[in-house]
Design a protein around this ligand. Structure first.
Ligand code: M6R
Length: 575
């Protein structure tokens, strides 16, 4: 969470930092700020709210740092906005992560007569650097970070010198290499219009960058070798391309994404006794679909673990297990911790990751990229489809069969329902509660549909296996609480049909997602959304598209900020 950027070169730092922060806003948007040096003075422009608030002022200078915040310690406010400066205004710092021992560090500062002006954990860093400074900024940073517990990516600047310092432990940071200009950034989207050459920093590394050079050190200040990588996507992919929202653009990119993801291949022997899938949020629901498919197609037992739970419970895994981490960003703190735990227990790890060279991608024993391209909307859509395809490909890898590629056309066909789904959304967008039900493969889809709706429209939505309704949730059914029933003509059609009847019998309004041609389903539904007929196990692909479109149109009709829903960030790099 939080996005950071640094620039040193010959151009206006102000414009580069603000443009970069706008692309990093998906990492948090509670407040934003930049600091730029000019004539040996640091100027700061920061405030609560979005990055565009910074555009009312222009700071002179060609060296600066910036931050967009997802609040952890201290409310979203001007005073808690980064960058933070020290009392003499000589040093300035932006931070992504959490400093766990900040209270202890802050009381040490108070003892030394230094007071903090914010409620954040981050501010202590700048005061400590000011105390530690002895003429060399990199050395001061190396000294201070030895006292920091927790996770951080930092950009640090001194008012008089020519360089910027970056440091990384647990939060992402890369260096962008330009022509007589260099950059630091949480991710490549912030700098992609300036350079495609990057160095991904590792944990426990410090970078010193100036206009003319880049150096990487370990925490003891010993210089280290670094590898330059090329970013393989372009700016256009990170722009809206005529769509009103990134989310809608990304939903419509899904046929192309599916086509691309079908090209993934696995080199993996079946020499493990079971698979454990670790992931969070939408990625964990993709993992649940993966369980059904791996067990059905490849006959491999699969256990699904929510990464944030897995890391704190008795971890009964061994070297005979294959742990699969699924993550779009490749930076999710809990999923990363689960991978590290799996390694400690001797298990092998495989990452199904979207962002190339992200932290999880680099830490797993082997990685398969899901190939969704940059996903900017906070609500995950095309990444989900790519995760599903990759999991299906994995299941088929262990059999003599191939995955059916016709699914690409079926996804494209389903997208044509967008206008009719909007009309349906117009009937329902004012409801305050929704129930989502499905059985078997459709249950994880119900979970994903409910998550999509709640995160972007702020409507309360609960998902249940349809057969569980009678064990409690059916008490919720009434005319005010519509049910989205996922009932394709698959192996559990009759069972789900009966569950829908139970809802109808209690005067519940039902929107059913059904297979085209299924006239009977109308008897138990107020509205039906028909998806194309596909093979039984392929329904998740077409159903996911309907659920995404429904959530999107409802949120849009409610005037919600679809791409940047409140309280959320795309990349969850804190516990
Ligand atoms: O980057 P990851 O795939 O690891 O992210 C996991 C979740 O944070 C993410 O899927 C989240 O639930 C999305 N906002 C869902 O749309």
């Amino acid at each position: 969470m939080c996005g950071i950027i640094g620039y040193v070169g010959a151009k206006s730092a102000n414009d580069i930092l603000i443009a970069g922060l706008e692309r990093l806003e998906y990492r948090g948007y509670d407040s934003a700020g930049i600091a730029v040096t000019h004539d040996n003075l640091i100027s700061i422009n920061k405030s609560e709210g979005r990055v565009h608030n910074l555009k009312t002022k222009k700071l002179d200078g060609t060296r600066g740092i910036g931050h967009t915040r997802w609040a952890t310690h201290g409310s979203p406010s001007d005073r808690n906005a980064h960058p933070f400066t020290c009392n003499e205004n000589k040093f300035v710092v932006v931070h992504n992560g959490i400093i766990e021992n900040y209270l202890e560090l802050r009381s040490g500062l108070i003892h030394a007569g230094i007071s903090c002006t914010s409620d954040t954990d981050s501010e202590v860093i700048v005061h400590l650097i000011s105390q530690a400074y002895n003429g060399n900024l990199k050395d001061a940073v190396c000294k201070v970070i030895k006292h920091l517990q927790g996770s951080y990516a930092l950009c640090v600047m001194h008012k008089d010198t020519h360089e910027l310092i970056g440091a990384r432990n647990g939060s992402p940071l890369l260096i962008g290499l330009g022509n007589e200009e260099n950059f630091l950034a949480s991710d490549a989207s912030a700098i992609i219009d300036h350079t495609k050459d990057v160095i991904y920093m590792n944990d426990f590394q410090v970078a010193e960058i100036s206009k003319d050079y880049v150096k990487v050190f370990d925490f003891d200040g010993i210089e280290q070798q670094h590898e330059i990588k090329k970013i393989d996507w372009n700016l256009e992919q990170a722009q809206k391309g005529g769509y009103t929202h990134f989310m809608l653009k990304e939903i419509f990119e899904q046929p192309a994404v599916a086509q691309e993801s079908l090209n993934v291949n696995f080199i993996l022997a079946k020499d493990f006794s079971r698979i454990i899938i670790v992931a969070c949020g939408t990625a964990s629901y993709a993992g649940l679909v993966g369980k059904y498919v791996l067990e059905k197609v490849a006959k491999i037992p699969v256990v699904n673990e929510i990464a944030s739970e897995f890391r704190y419970k008795e971890c009964l895994i061994s070297e005979r297990d294959l742990v699969i981490a699924i993550s779009q960003s490749g930076e999710t703190a809990d999923t990363l911790a689960a991978v590290r735990l799996a390694h400690q227990k001797g298990a092998r790890t495989l990452g199904l990751i979207n962002v190339v060279d992200s932290t999880i991608a680099r830490e797993v024993d082997s990685v398969v990229y899901t190939r969704a391209g940059p996903e900017i909307g906070v609500a995950s859509t095309k990444a989900f489809i790519s995760q599903l395809i990759t999991l299906y490909k994995l299941a088929f890898h262990f059999t003599d069969n191939e995955m059916n590629h016709s699914i690409v056309d079926k996804i494209a066909e389903t997208l044509q329902l967008s206008d009719s789904i909007r009309k349906l959304a117009e009937q329902y967008y004012e409801c305050q509660n929704f129930l989502y039900i499905g059985r078997n493969l459709s249950f994880p889809l119900a979970l994903e549909g409910a998550l999509k709706l709640k995160e972007i429209s702020y409507i309360h939505a609960e998902a249940y296996p349809a057969g569980e309704l009678k064990h409690g949730p059916i008490a919720l059914v009434c005319t005010e609480m519509p049910t989205i029933a996922i009932c394709p003509q698959d192996t559990v059609y009759e069972k789900t049909y009966s569950n829908i009847e139970e809802v109808k019998a209690r005067k519940g309004r039902v929107i059913t997602i059904a297979t085209e041609g299924d006239e009977r389903i109308k008897n138990v539904s107020n509205n039906v959304i028909y998806v194309p007929k596909v093979n039984n196990i392929l329904y998740p692909f077409v159903i996911a598209v309907v659920l995404q479109l429904f959530a999107y149109h409802v949120a849009d009709l409610r005037d919600c900020d679809v791409d940047k829903p409140r309280n959320l960030a795309k990349s969850v790099t804190v516990e």
